[in-house]
Unconditional design. Sequence first.
Lengths: 307, 488
Amino acid sequence: MTTGYANGTTTTFKIQPHPVDEVGIKERAARLATRSIKKSSKIEGLKLALSMIDLTTLEGADTPGRVRQLCAKALHLHSARPDLPLVAAVCVYPTMVRIAREALKGTPVKIAAVATAFPSGMNPLEVKLEDTRYAVGEGADEIDMVISRGDFLRGDYGRVADEIAQVKQACGRAHLKVILETGELGTLDRVRLASDLAMAAGADFIKTSTGKIQPAATPEVVLVMLQAIYDFHRKTGKKIGMKPAGGIANSKQALHLLVMVREVLGPDWLTPDLFRIGASRLPNDILMQLEKERTGVYQGVDYFSND
Amino acid sequence: MTDTATISKGSDWGYAPAPESTDHIRLKDRYGLFIDGKFTPPASGKYFKTINPANEKVLAEVAEAGEKDVDRAVQAARKAHDKVWRKMSGRERGKYVYRIARIIQERARELAVVESMDGGKPIRESRDVDIPLSAAHFFYHAGWADKLSYAFPGKKVSPVGVAGQIIPWNFPLLMVAWKVAPALACGNTVVLKPAETTPLTALLFAEICQEAGLPDGVFNLVTGAGATGAALVKHPDLDKVAFTGSTDVGKAIQKALAGRGTKLTLELGGKAAHIIFEDATIDQAVEGIINGIYFNQGHVCCAGSRLFVQESVEEEVIAKLKARMETLIVGDPLDKNTDIGAINSRAQCDRINDYLKIGVEEGAELFQTRCSVPGKGFWVRPSFFTKVAQSHRIVQEEIFGPVLAIQTFRTLNEALEKANNTPYGLSGGVWTDKGSKIFKVTRGIRAGVIWANTFNKFDPTSPFGGYKESGYGREGGRHGLKPYVELT
């Protein structure tokens, strides 16, 4: 398809329809879920998952105090276990980026900001671009944008792709994660199409969901997106990252995600540079499992700090 | 796009061994024959060893039944049929069949582990496929036992009599279920001979019959090799013979039964065409190819062993198939993460390796995955041949191993012509996103079962069986009752 840019240039995206069989996808996802991850492999997998978390707070009620507490959690996951890795990033609204920046100064933890009229995306392009520039200006390393689902469902794919391309330009050096909000797309065929579109338009990562809509990062959606990334790499040689988000609350889900990445994309993708998990409750569940592996017993929830 | 140079190296995270525990398995050192409700030694006193094909260790000794033993078993089955089972109401028979199904479920873990130890199949398959399906067959047929007049409206339904049943080694317990469940539900009694390399779950099944209180002589088990099977087929007092196995043996059985009134059903070999059209969902089709040929190490009579790929997607399908095959974990069948287990026996392993040689000599191009295989035991790495033609032996003959022959085609008619150009006709598969094409293909292929956009799916309600040299008669569903009833 051809899309016009605001600055007068045009780009042609070659998006071939790539049908997806829902029954087959569900079967494959279910089969990958039967991988048995025990002992050393469980411990290493959970540590790896921790290092890939985008620790997230995205509430209308967020305050500087709340964001500072979240950043403190990002830097001190569990004081009894200094051997554990830090999370990859914290993910906040644009107005909270400055607070996070101060709290995380001098640490490797990145700052991701949602932008482009998150979560609905129902604003004019100019507002979305300004939203993006503001967040980057405040110090965001990564931008999590939403696609315009309304335009996508109307079939105006050119406009969707165009927006992504322009937001990518507005990001400058910041990495762009494109949220497809798969729970609103209706079919896996559309999830695949939206993935292909986002990657062709310049996404560094594709991301399942805002966390505001259910269903979110279901195994079948994740699998379809991983296969889209595989095909994009096969055709272009470019490695696009993947970020499932929404409803990922326990260790078993996290390990299942790692299994899917490993078996679909291969070990190259098992790095926070190419795989992230958007979550808020997940770290403590992982900590609980890791402490259980270390001590042999489960500890109560109150033994893990909750910010 | 993330700058490739700055992407950190991916983790080498992998899966630690996750072996299924065997502590709970209590195998006897030596198993007798199961005749008239009791385990008894063979008349000859001869026993043979059954080994674990993954490490060549002996699991148990099993009785070798001779003519005398077979005769005793058939007599016990005859007595039980005439005196007890035939006279019992369908509702009562159904209770026994149902009870067997329940006990299979209760002992599922034990049965799965023994199946994997004796036959080499991965525990994931015996646990998730073989054992649950075996139970499902008994449940399904338990339901028919008192409803046979509804299966054949307007007819009087009565049992056939004594059935001699011979089953193969690829799905040992599941084949017991396919054979025994309809026979018992319809009021027949059984003398069953399991394969000599995989007798253990059939022996455990005999224990289950005891546990279920099944009347003595309704189910009898004679273990042994080909000679035992031949003795069974020769026995004059059988009313019905059912055989699943190779086409050669099937032909021999048919010859042996010629001129006798004995009913016969044969479920023999296959060389299924698996057709991938350019408009297929390619990633799922690749998964279908994997399930089609590498399921159970390819020891599947309905395996999708001839792949036909439309030329326009050949490159993509083969590239993705190779990548997917490299993720298959080959090794210890008892490890929960194993995808491909051990080849069932040394003889079968040799046979597969012979075909690999033949394929290369015929000029085909061989691909094998790079995985390492254990030193002991019998193993073949997942393999496929490209650059093959209908004229090649690896395309014409059933290999019964993890070896796929890949050809390309240009049009639907060409695919159909090649798909039917085989002496077999057991199964087939088609992948396309277009519904009308599915119907065109399924109407055009002469095979008993054809899967669309999936492969190797089994269900007790669905009849299964072949055309041409793949045999005759159906197992499963209402059709599967027919060989076990007399209709008047």
